[in-house]
Design a protein around this ligand. Structure first.
Ligand code: FE2
Length: 322
């Protein structure tokens, strides 16, 4: 499938009667589409890069290589966060923004601020006291799949049935009605019911908050999910057309940490994440092999996957509209 055909298919997701189909298989393998994404998506979007605790002291830095172009965020002596392109001093410095402890970087030096797009999310998450949350665990992995396979997967809970029967599916029931609200071109809110409401939390959350996983996806490849007293964040940074670096971490509110052994908590969270990440990675790598087959066909999207359509719309907007 040629680039123009893929773009024409993408454009259809912007229609009111968007196709209830997954992207054409070629969208996950096309070198031409990847080149377009490098410029139009990864050259000018807000990428979730780290949590502020990963950049705690002066000189601390995090380097990402979205679309193979390294960017570094460093904590300066004065406490501010600075972005730098590793491609050389002639390159304009990327824009860095911190929102409630989450550090975002945009290669576009004149990027519009992200925070206004997160205003309503911030109000709804007020009770979780995100700015006070502290890093418990973190990880970086490499998966062999196109970034969109991993990101679309993070926009639905349906796959828990196949990939996470003994882990995620015990917490959020697969196919549990997900409520999706597109906030803006950058931000989508996804709510999923827990199987059982969380027991008493240290934070003063409402019954609804105890019964719901609150997930905020930031286009193109970042998301954070609040589960009671803890938050899990994840970012899928594409390195090449079929390889991503997955970074993430767990944060907790200090009020939930009284008397807890931080090292044990870190170990337990990193082990748990490794199990779930492995389940996702093996699933995503199998999908990548399947879309590379010349017999691959588009899949039907279930009405239980409205988040995937929201992601495709964001993609179409970035690639075919402006
Ligand atoms: Fe998963």
């Amino acid at each position: 499938m040629r680039l123009a055909e893929i773009m024409a298919e993408l454009r259809r997701y912007l229609d009111d009667d968007a196709p209830e189909l997954s992207l054409p298989p070629a969208a996950f393998t096309s070198p031409e589409l990847w080149e377009a994404e490098r410029e139009r998506v990864f050259g000018r979007s807000w990428l979730l890069a780290a949590h502020a605790d990963d950049l705690a002291g002066p000189g601390a830095s995090v380097t990402l290589a979205p679309a193979g172009r390294p960017l570094t965020v460093t904590r300066a002596e004065d406490g501010t966060l600075r972005g730098r392109s590793a491609l050389g001093p002639h390159r304009p410095a990327p824009t860095v923004e911190e929102w409630r402890g989450f550090v975002f970087v945009n290669p576009d030096a004149s990027a519009e601020p992200l925070a206004p797009h997160l205003r309503r999310i911030g109000e709804e998450l007020d009770a979780y006291r995100l700015p006070e949350m502290t890093r418990i665990a973190g990880w970086t992995e490499e998966w062999h799949c196109n970034w969109k396979i991993a990101v679309q997967n993070a926009h639905e809970n349906y796959h828990a049935m196949g990939l996470h029967p003994a882990t995620v599916a015990l917490i959020t029931p697969p196919g549990g009605a997900m409520e999706v609200r597109a906030e803006s071109r950058w931000v989508t809110r996804l709510l999923s019911p827990f199987r059982e409401p969380l027991a008493a939390t240290a934070l003063p959350l409402s019954d609804e908050q105890r019964a719901t996983m609150y997930n905020c996806a930031v286009f193109p490849c970042g998301s954070l999910a609040a589960f009671g007293d803890s938050v899990v964040w994840i970012t899928m940074i594409p390195l090449t057309v079929d390889r991503i670096e997955v970074r993430g971490g767990v944060l907790m509110h200090p009020s939930a940490l009284d008397g807890q052994d931080r090292d044990a908590l870190r170990e337990q969270n990193e082990e748990g994440a490794a199990v779930v990440n492995r389940e996702d990675r093996l699933g995503m790598e199998a999908v990548q092999r399947a879309v590379g087959s010349r017999f691959a066909e588009r899949g039907h999207l279930s009405p239980k996957e409205p988040g995937v359509v929201a992601f495709y719309r964001g993609l179409a907007r970035a690639l075919v509209t402006d």
